[in-house]
Design a protein around this ligand. Structure first.
Ligand code: HEM
Length: 426
């Protein structure tokens, strides 16, 4: 026992040293103007849009972090759609394959589809698709409306509330819990895990963060494994029951099912929370926009689309070249990685005239890339749009005098962007 704890202490020290070295190295590069390093460090990442503009200006921006970046709409779309790029290395290995116990803590979360290339990606995506069939979406709309109405009743009674913890977070988490038929006794734990796993997207920040993620993943695995057993014994009309059929038919493994359920939790929670927060923020910082929505709540879908373009919840993703190729006139080598700056594409003046102006009546002639493109196009896009539209429409109808009432505290992440707390009054 003493021996084990001494070795785990040594592993923690080594991991801590490695994380600190990575952070200091990145900060030094950011100070020297490296665009990719700036996206990962404060203060630049609190307002990444000037860095995005710099990357757009460069075409393919090279970085000493070991990754390049693209930020124009055309280049982002090209990389996302080009089948010569994937999310794993060219030989199918994951990009950060753990070499030992220490490095396995650096990559603690298996993000299912998001970390797979064909043929596994194609097979699993096909099995996950029925989750978002039109028939189901109608059920989710009823759930979203019922949940929003209840949350707004509570908010109105209080007069002041936090837009994030009192509406934008509980709405999507309740919808996903219903979608996966998670018993309500587990709902709070489920929300805590969703938040914790969402932070994994940016990488591990510290030794305690690494341990928290490893613990959360293990707990989530237990819950989903248990859920599979229960659905097998008592099948229902929910998503997990449907996937148990695929499991029993040998089309997927238990590990794959559990990771997919975990992905639905991570992908569908923080993203939609950020969409609602970023939308209300943009409408209140741009004169006349909130008033326009109040005057005509049927503009809610336009407000959702404009937020997705102007300040998207998922700011960037990454791809790896599977062969040597030309990208923006530069020779790009097999296994080199490139960041695709989705949020920079949304502000590209070549694709969106007057891109820094938020306008919920804007007609987007070039569709934004907030839900990505190509093989990994967001499976939950229709659900996210539906939840965003219900939340904004009902806010405008029920709380027309809604206004900021205190300091908005942003999340400090690189990939997921949105408010952490957003005090409002009605
Ligand atoms: C506004 C909210 C949302 C945004 C902005 C968003 C954005 C994205 C993006 C950018 C990707 C692709 C990442 C890449 O190309 O590497 C993605 C993938 C995915 N999203 Fe969403 N998402 C949202 C909501 C949801 C919801 C509500 C769900 C489901 C409950 C969901 C499920 C998924 C899944 C399963 C994938 C993986 C698809 C694949 O790899 O084939 N998303 N999402």
């Amino acid at each position: 026992m003493a021996l084990r704890s001494a070795s785990s202490l040594r592993a923690d020290l080594a991991l801590g040293g490695r994380i600190t070295a990575m952070r200091l190295g990145g900060l030094a590069l950011a100070l020297r103007g490296d665009p990719v390093a700036r996206l990962m460090h404060k203060p630049w990442r609190l307002d990444p849009y000037p860095t995005y503009a710099a990357v757009r200006g460069e075409g393919l921006a090279r970085s000493r972090v070991g990754l390049s970046a693209v930020g124009t709409h055309a280049l982002c779309e090209q990389v996302l759609r080009d089948r010569r790029f994937g999310v794993r290395l060219a030989d199918g290995r994951p990009p950060f394959a753990p070499e030992d116990a220490e490095t396995s803590l650096l990559e603690p979360v298996d993000l299912s589809l998001l970390g797979l290339d064909p043929p596994d990606h194609t097979r699993l995506r096909r099995l996950a698709q029925p989750t978002f069939a039109p028939r189901r979406l109608q059920q989710y709309r009823a759930v979203a409306e019922e949940v929003t109405a209840g949350l707004l009743d509570d908010a109105v009674a209080r007069g002041r509330f936090d837009l994030v913890s009192d509406l934008a977070a509980p709405l999507p988490i309740t919808v996903i819990a219903r979608l996966l038929a998670i018993p309500s006794v587990d709902a709070d734990r489920f929300a805590r895990w969703g938040r914790a796993l969402g932070t994994a997207l940016d990488g591990v920040r510290s030794v305690s963060h690494a341990h928290e993620l490893a613990r959360t993943t293990a707990e989530a695995r237990d819950l989903f494994t248990d859920l599979v057993d229960r659905r097998r014994a008592e099948p229902g009309d929910d998503v997990v029951s449907g996937l148990v059929g695929a499991l029993d038919a040998g089309q997927m493994s238990l590990d794959e099912l559990v990771s997919l359920a975990q992905l639905l939790l991570v992908a569908g929670f923080e993203t939609t929370t950020n969409l609602i927060g970023n939308a209300v923020r943009a409408m209140h910082t741009t004169p006349g926009q909130w008033e326009a929505l109040v005057a005509d709540p049927s503009l809610a879908p336009g407000a959702v689309e404009e937020t997705l373009r102007y300040d998207p919840p998922v700011q960037l993703t990454a791809r790896i070249a599977h062969e040597d190729l030309d990208l923006a006139g530069v020779r790009f080598r097999r296994n080199w990685g490139v960041l695709v700056l989705i949020a920079a594409a949304g502000r590209d003046p070549e694709a969106h005239p007057d891109p820094d102006r938020f306008d919920l009546r804007r007609e987007q002639t070039t569709p934004h890339l907030a839900f990505s493109g190509g093989a990994h196009y967001c499976l939950g896009a229709a659900l996210a749009r539906l939840e965003g539209e219900v939340a904004l429409r009902m806010l405008a109808e029920r709380l027309p005098r809604l206004r900021p009432a205190g300091r908005l505290v942003p999340k400090t992440a690189t990939i997921l962007r949105g408010p952490r707390t957003f005090p409002v009054a009605v």
